[in-house]
Design a protein around this ligand. Structure first.
Ligand code: SER
Length: 305
């Protein structure tokens, strides 16, 4: 976003002190559950848009459901209130987690049954409804995407059910082997981070009048199970070994989610199109993870010498 909109026009915020974000441009340390600070910060920078991403993800939320409710819901309503106060454009992601076992699994429609069985999923359905409410009641330009599992080399796994994919790439590079907590044959929608970032920007730039399903759009790049990642990895690391040791919490969550989403509404209403398929994602991930490891090793050597 800084490349597109200018460094000083994108204010990064996180509850942690992120050295890299601070070095790259304006950065604020912010806890989304602190509504007052959120409001003061937004006003100080005179922002015109909020991209509200902070959340506790699905598997972690099951270990602390009340905290997840607090961070995911109080954080969201605080951000929506600031958007209302300042009449901002607003984005927050929903997720494949907003669906449940009674949702059709294949080609999951844009508008369908949403009865999730996780705290995270309940938070996401509530978030979709709240965003609709702020749009209909106050005219706030809210927009959202139901993200599939996102694969990124820049962030390490953070408590998501789909995070096993990121973990597998790191283990493939470091150990040439991985033990999956998700069972063979369990398919999920996934997407490489550059496509997810492009999708947010494309949706936010889209003509508001065309957005019938504004909160929130199904999108996906590929629908895969653990063994599909392994097969793709073996094209580059032929000796890669995949074993299984099922984590029941994560497995239950994964089984309650769709196998593949129908993304027609996103394509028709704002031109969604993913660039990275599984092979392109794998090639890029393995290269970037390798680079990250080389950089980390040379940093460690620098410190010890
Ligand atoms: N990637 C998220 C998770 O696994 C889903 O939105 O929790």
């Amino acid at each position: 976003m800084r490349k597109i909109y200018g460094i000083s026009n994108v204010i990064a915020a996180d509850i942690r002190e992120l050295k890299e974000a601070r070095e790259n441009g304006p950065f604020e340390r912010l806890d989304v559950t602190d509504g007052m600070k959120l409001s003061v910060t937004a006003k100080r920078h005179n922002v015109d848009t909020i991209i509200h991403l902070a959340a506790i993800l699905s598997a972690k939320a099951e270990t602390m459901p009340l905290k997840a409710w607090h961070v995911n819901m109080v954080g969201l309503i605080n951000a929506l209130e600031v958007a209302k106060e300042m009449n901002l454009q607003f984005f927050t992601p929903s997720s494949i987690g907003a669906f449940g076992p009674s949702t059709p699994k294949e080609d999951t429609p844009q508008v369908t049954v949403q009865r999730p069985i996780t705290m995270y999923g309940i938070n996401k359905v509530t978030a979709e409804l709240l965003c609709d409410y702020y749009f209909n009641r106050y005219g706030i330009d809210t927009r959202g995407i139901r993200f599939p599992g996102l694969i990124s080399h820049a962030t390490t796994p953070g408590g998501g059910t789909s995070d096993y994919a990121v973990d597998m790439y790191y283990h493939a590079v470091i150990k040439k082997a991985y033990i999956s907590c998700i069972a063979e044959g369990t398919r999920m929608d996934m997407m490489y981070m550059p496509d997810a970032l492009d999708a947010i920007i494309q949706l936010m730039e889209a003509d508001s009048k065309k957005l019938v399903n504004r909160n929130s759009y199904n999108i996906s790049a590929f629908s895969v199970a653990p063994e599909d990642f392994a097969k793709a990895i073996r094209k580059y690391i032929p000796e890669f070994k995949l074993d299984y040791q099922i984590d029941l919490v994560r497995q239950n969550i994964a089984e309650s989610w769709p196998d593949s989403l129908d993304c027609t509404a996103a394509k028709e209403e704002w031109g969604f199109q993913a660039k990275y398929d599984l092979d392109k994602t794998t090639e890029d991930m393995l290269r970037k993870v390798e680079e990250n490891m080389v950089n980390k090793n040379s940093e460690m050597k620098g410190k010890s010498s």
